[in-house]
Design a protein around this ligand. Sequence first.
Ligand SMILES: Nc1ncnc2c1ncn2[C@@H]1O[C@H](COP(=O)(O)OP(=O)(O)O)[C@@H](O)[C@H]1O
Ligand SMILES: N[C@@H](CCC(=O)OP(=O)(O)O)C(=O)O
Length: 382
Amino acid sequence: MSIVETNPLSSRDRLQAAGRIVVKIGSALLVDQASGKLRRQWLEGIAADVAAIKARGQDVVIVSSGAIALGRRHLGLPKGVLKLEEKQAAAAVGQIRLSHAWQDVLGEHGLTTAQILLTLDDTESRRRYLNGRSTMATLLRLGAVPVINENDTVATSEIRYGDNDRLAARVAELATADCLVLLSDIDGLYTANPNTDPSARRLDVVTGITPEIEAMAGEPVSGVGTGGMITKVEAARVALAAGCSMVICAGQVERPISALESGANCTWFLADRSPRQARKMWIGGSLGPKGRLVVDEGAARALAQGKSLLPAGVRAVEGEFSRGDAVMVVGPEGRALGRGLIAYGAEDARAIAGHKSGEIEHILGYRGRDEMIHRDDLAIDG
Ligand SMILES: Nc1ncnc2c1ncn2[C@@H]1O[C@H](COP(=O)(O)OP(=O)(O)O)[C@@H](O)[C@H]1O
Ligand SMILES: N[C@@H](CCC(=O)OP(=O)(O)O)C(=O)O
């Protein structure tokens, strides 16, 4: 049975223990349904919450919906379901307003906002995923608050996440976050849709996405947003697999994250591994290696200590592969040491093998990564 009745740790403990938190905000919270206008005061409240988390030294990434809901009014589009091209046009108009609003409210707290618009391809294609990951890591290291949305204007139906719950889970994975907060119009997952079933009760904690949990979420709903509970449960599946715990709580209150920390109702979906462990399991287990790197004794020792693989320690590069592919790493006597995602294609890897990282730019004509395989992208055996 995967449903636990009580939550041994408080939400405050869980949120404060996280190094990196992704907060997903649905359209219905950001945009007033009747007027189609931005809910400015509410936005100021959430900005204050974000600033408080940042002040504790934690990283925050925001996944903000609302571009379509905000843009449609300015284009004079009718109420009701829009055609895809109308949604795309509305998103183009709404996104710029949404980003400005975030910049204003976060700027009040001295925070720098960074806009990232993603398409499904950006997280599903390994190469683009690695680029996104490294940009995200750099922004966070420099103290910015990334505000992310789907790039609705270019994403057509086959290549869309379609809802920001799943996008948020992919972002949590991309950012190696350990906590994903879904601010919703409801305070958690209920045993059935509480709007139609008065006997439905809210779960405090879920530890695995079983068919029973999926059945509770029911069918997707539509309104100003998209999704419903099923997309949140799917998001939980992705987040938990990435070692990121997820919480659903009500977002309508003035400072929803403060409210959560003060004990507001919610449902926690608890991960059973850390994001780092999850990533290593994924690299070690599910990716077929496309090539082999033979490393020297010094590099083998460094890898065993959890360090990155530098080009200087690579003696030979075998096989054909692209940047971001999985490769085997073997020691000087051919002993398998583990696997990793390589930062260079085969040709460039051969060119820089045996050279110091400082020579990369001179050899390749561009300044690539210092590491052949970064330690976060390595799964070393034993
Ligand atoms: N088992 C369930 N528990 C909670 N809500 C459910 C459940 N099944 C369906 N729902 C519906 O899903 C809605 C939340 O999804 P949605 O409105 O898309 O949220 P958001 O706008 O925050 O993304 C709830 O308000 C409720 O109507
Ligand atoms: N990317 C879209 C939002 C899609 C979406 O999932 O909305 P919601 O269900 O309100 O989180 C937009 O900005 O309008």
